[in-house]
Design a protein around this ligand. Structure first.
Ligand SMILES: *[C@@H]1O[C@H](CO)[C@@H](O)[C@H](O)[C@H]1NC(C)=O
Ligand SMILES: *[C@@H]1O[C@H](CO)[C@@H](O)[C@H](O)[C@H]1NC(C)=O
Ligand SMILES: *[C@@H]1O[C@H](CO)[C@@H](O)[C@H](O)[C@H]1NC(C)=O
Ligand SMILES: *[C@@H]1O[C@H](CO)[C@@H](O)[C@H](O)[C@H]1NC(C)=O
Ligand SMILES: *[C@@H]1O[C@H](CO)[C@@H](O)[C@H](O)[C@H]1NC(C)=O
Length: 350
C-alpha cells in the first residue's frame, strides 16, 4: 500500500507538472481578445420586456453602407454561462462582423454590465428574454432588415437561445456552439451522474439558505470554476480553469469580483431545475438550427440531444478533436466559415 501510495504520488506529481505546463494553453489560435481593424464596436444598452437594462456591444462592419435602409442582416450572440460578453461572445461577434454581419454581443441579465439583482443571479427566462430584447433593439436600426436576424448561443447560451427562439419567430436562424443544457446538467449532472436524491438535497439546501441570507448570512455560491487547481481537480475543472482563471480568458470589468466569475448564487441556481429548453424544440422548425460541438467535448450530449429532438432543417456539426472550452476562443477550431455559410444561406446573402 505504501509503495502504491508513493507511486501514486509520483504519478500525481507528473500530472501536476503537466497541469502547470498546460495553464494558458494558447494552442489552435486561442485568441479570446481578438480585435479587428475592419469592424467598429459601439457599446449599447437596451431594455428587456420587463424594463431591465441589458448591456451589449454592437459590431458594425466598416464596409457596410449604413445609409442603405433595411438591407442588412444581424446576429445576436450570447456568452457562456457565468461569463460575460468579453468572454467568447465578443470574439464570435467580431469574427462574424468581419464577414459582413451586424452583430450584438450581450451580457445576460445579472451578469457583467447588465442590470439585475442579485449579481450572478440565475433566471433562465430572463436570459432568453435578453435575446428578444436584442432583437427589439436591432429591429429599430433603420439599416437592418427585420426579416434577417439570427442568433448564436455559446455554452449555456446555447440553451437560452433555443428557449428564446421558441417564443420569438423574429429569430430566423439559430446556431449553438458547445451547447450546455443548464436544466439537465443541474438536475441530472453530466451523463446522468446525479441521483434524484442528490438533486433534492441541493434544492433543499438552496431553499433553506434563503432564510439564512435573509437573516444576514453571507451569499453562498453554487459550484463554478475553481480558484485553484489541485492534484484531485477533475479534467472538466482543469479545462474551465485554463480559460477563466488564466490570462487566456480572464476578464474582470472595473468593480467586479474576479473570483466570482462563473459562480452563480446558490439560492437562484435552483431555477435551472425548472428549465427544459428542449421541450417543444421541434416547434422552432422550419427555422433552421445548427448545433456545433467538439467530438471530445464533455458537453457533447447536449448538442446530440437537441439535434435528436429538433425538427428539420437541422444539422449537428462535429469538430474533430475539440473539447468544450476549445470552441470559446480557439479560432483555428471554431468553424467560422461554417457559421458564415449557415447564416448567409438562411438569412440571405450579405
Ligand atoms: C500534489 O502532489 C504532490 C506530489 O505528490 C504533493 O507534493 C503535493 O503536496 C500535492 N498537493 C496537494 C494540494 O495535494
Ligand atoms: C492544449 O489544448 C489542445 C486543445 O484542447 C490540446 O489538444 C492539447 O493537448 C493541449 N496541450 C496541453 C499541453 O495541454
Ligand atoms: C480587412 O479589410 C482589408 C481591406 O478591405 C482586407 O484586405 C482584409 O482582408 C480585411 N481583414 C479581415 C480579417 O477581414
Ligand atoms: C430611411 O428610412 C427613413 C424612414 O423611413 C427615412 O427617413 C430615410 O430618409 C431613409 N434613408 C434613406 C437613405 O433612404
Ligand atoms: C481570489 O482567489 C485567490 C485564489 O484563491 C485568493 O488568493 C484571493 O485572495 C481571492 N480574492 C478575493 C478578493 O477573494
Amino acid at each position: 500500500m505504501k509503495l502504491f501510495n508513493s507511486r501514486l504520488a509520483a504519478v500525481n506529481s507528473i500530472l501536476l507538472n503537466a497541469t502547470l505546463a498546460a495553464a494558458q494553453n494558447m494552442s489552435f489560435g486561442a485568441n479570446n481578445f481578438y480585435h479587428s481593424d475592419n469592424v467598429t464596436l459601439w457599446p449599447i444598452t437596451f431594455k428587456t420586456l420587463y424594463q431591465t437594462e441589458v448591456a451589449g456591444n454592437l459590431f458594425i462592419p466598416d464596409s457596410i453602407d449604413r445609409n442603405a435602409n433595411s438591407t442588412h442582416s444581424a446576429l445576436v450572440i450570447g456568452h457562456p454561462m457565468g461569463a460575460i460578453k468579453e468572454q467568447s461572445a465578443n470574439l464570435y461577434a467580431t469574427k462574424m462582423a468581419e464577414q459582413g454581419f451586424i452583430t450584438v454581443s450581450l451580457d445576460l441579465p445579472f451578469w457583467g454590465g447588465s442590470e439585475g439583482k442579485p449579481r450572478n443571479g440565475v433566471s433562465p427566462d430572463l436570459y432568453a428574454e435578453a435575446y428578444s430584447g436584442a432583437v427589439d433593439f436591432l429591429g429599430t436600426l433603420e439599416f437592418i432588415d427585420r426579416s434577417r436576424i439570427g442568433a448564436i448561443g455559446i455554452c449555456g447560451s446555447g440553451g437560452f437561445v433555443i428557449s428564446a427562439a421558441k417564443l420569438d419567430p423574429r429569430i430566423s436562424a439559430i446556431a449553438t456552439a458547445s451547447m450546455y443544457d443548464m436544466g439537465t446538467v443541474n438536475r441530472q449532472g453530466l451523463r446522468n451522474a446525479q441521483s434524484v436524491d442528490a438533486r433534492k438535497e441541493i434544492i433543499a439546501t438552496a431553499a433553506y439558505q434563503r432564510w439564512a441570507e435573509l437573516e444576514g448570512a453571507p451569499t453562498e455560491w453554487a459550484i463554478g470554476t475553481p480558484l485553484q487547481i489541485t492534484n484531485s481537480s477533475s479534467a472538466v475543472d482543469r479545462e474551465f480553469f485554463d480559460f477563466y482563471r488564466t490570462s487566456r480568458g480572464l476578464f474582470t470589468p472595473a468593480g467586479a469580483m474576479p473570483n466570482t466569475t462563473t459562480h452563480r448564487t446558490l439560492t437562484s441556481n435552483t431555477k435551472f431545475m425548472n428549465f427544459y429548453p428542449f421541450n417543444d424544440i421541434e416547434t422552432i422548425s422550419p427555422r433552421p438550427m445548427l448545433f456545433i460541438t467538439g467530438d471530445q467535448a464533455h458537453s457533447r450530449e447536449f448538442s446530440e440531444n437537441a439535434y435528436r429532438l429538433a425538427a428539420e432543417p437541422k444539422e449537428l456539426f462535429w469538430i474533430p478533436g475539440a473539447g468544450h472550452v476549445d470552441l470559446y476562443d480557439r479560432i483555428d477550431l471554431i468553424p467560422f466559415s461554417k457559421l458564415v455559410h449557415f447564416f448567409r444561406t438562411n438569412l440571405g446573402g450579405n
